[in-house]
Design a protein around this ligand. Structure first.
Ligand code: UTP
Length: 291
């Protein structure tokens, strides 16, 4: 039996350059898919998986994330006066219990590994989940809940993985798979952004991780990898052989909301999954598809 996963890190310190000018004064993680910011999907997924403590690694210009998870008294007051009970319920659902959220500044965006390392003192000596809000996954149950259930049996480090087209490996961390057991695949190797001809497989790492505290010690070396950034996958690769290490082939559809096409696709898919919107959106899509 491995230790329960009680804490999650949400790295939100990136610059979001692929979404400029939208992200000039607004964090990428606050971009809405239909009517909910990306970061709230990630927090809701973590809550569903049993996470109790939420650790955000932020940067300059990210204050609206902190505000999003706080009370909005003036707005709540107006909604109360106007008897907008549904809207009030929606707002109440955005706010985790007092004292369960921590916000840490990553003073420089030196890479995902560096962002995760910035959270080390708030994690302590226990395994922790990491969720990247720009990887949005449509599934029931959520991806992290599936992973936590699988992790209970095997422990160690775990990554969400999915098959990608061989030509796309250079955009991902890619695993060298060992033996498989259902949705679990042993990780024998891990390479960040390999060219297709050098990729050990087409099983790509997606932004959901469960990591052991030893990963923080490795990240402390501040070794630079692909793009001259401190890469989480490099630190994880150095853990191979020290702890159990698995890829988890989650059940669900993942949307890369860090790029514009993936973000648009997520909006369409999530709208089509909503009973209140599906018919109208389908009609619109058909009207454009005629041309
Ligand atoms: P990305 O690689 O998508 O980088 O980060 P980015 O800066 O957000 O976006 P682009 O490439 O400039 O458009 C993946 C995740 O890691 C976080 C991001 O906030 C995002 O959730 N991240 C990245 C950090 O928290 N700090 C970093 O230094 C880098």
């Amino acid at each position: 039996m491995s230790a329960p996963i009680r804490k999650a890190i949400f790295p939100v310190g990136g610059l979001g350059t692929r979404f400029l000018p939208a992200t000039k004064s607004m964090p990428k993680e606050m971009l809405p898919v239909v009517d909910k910011p990306l970061i709230q999907y990630a927090v809701d997924e973590a809550r569903e998986a049993g996470i109790e403590e939420f650790i955000f690694v932020t940067g300059r210009g990210k204050a609206s994330i902190e505000d999003h998870f706080d009370h909005a008294y003036e707005l709540q007051d107006m909604l109360t006066n106007r008897r907008k009970d549904d809207a009030l319920t929606l707002l109440a659902e955005t706010i985790p219990a007092p004292g369960n959220m921590a916000f840490i500044r990553q003073q420089e965006p030196l890479g995902l590994g560096h962002a995760v390392w910035c959270a080390r003192n708030f994690v302590g000596d226990e395994p922790v989940a990491v969720l990247l809000a720009d990887d949005l996954i449509l599934s029931a149950p959520g991806c992290l809940k599936q992973m936590v259930a699988a992790h209970g049996a095997v422990g160690g480090n775990m990554l969400a993985v999915m098959e990608v087209a061989p030509a796309e490996t250079a955009s991902y961390g890619v695993i060298a798979p060992g033996g498989a057991d259902g949705r679990l695949v042993q990780v024998d190797g891990l390479v960040e952004k390999p060219k297709p001809q050098e990729a050990p497989s087409n099983l790509a790492v997606i932004g959901r991780y469960i990591i052991q505290p030893a990963v923080f010690d490795d990240l402390a070396r501040m070794e630079r990898g692909a793009g001259d950034e401190i890469q989480l996958t490099d630190a994880l690769a150095r853990q191979i052989g020290k702890h159990p290490f698995h890829g988890f082939k989650f059940d669900g559809t993942r949307f890369d909301c860090g790029n514009k096409t993936g973000f648009l696709e997520a909006n369409i898919a999530f709208a089509l999954a909503r009973p209140d919107m599906a018919a109208g959106v389908r009609k619109i899509i058909h009207s454009y598809a005629k041309d």
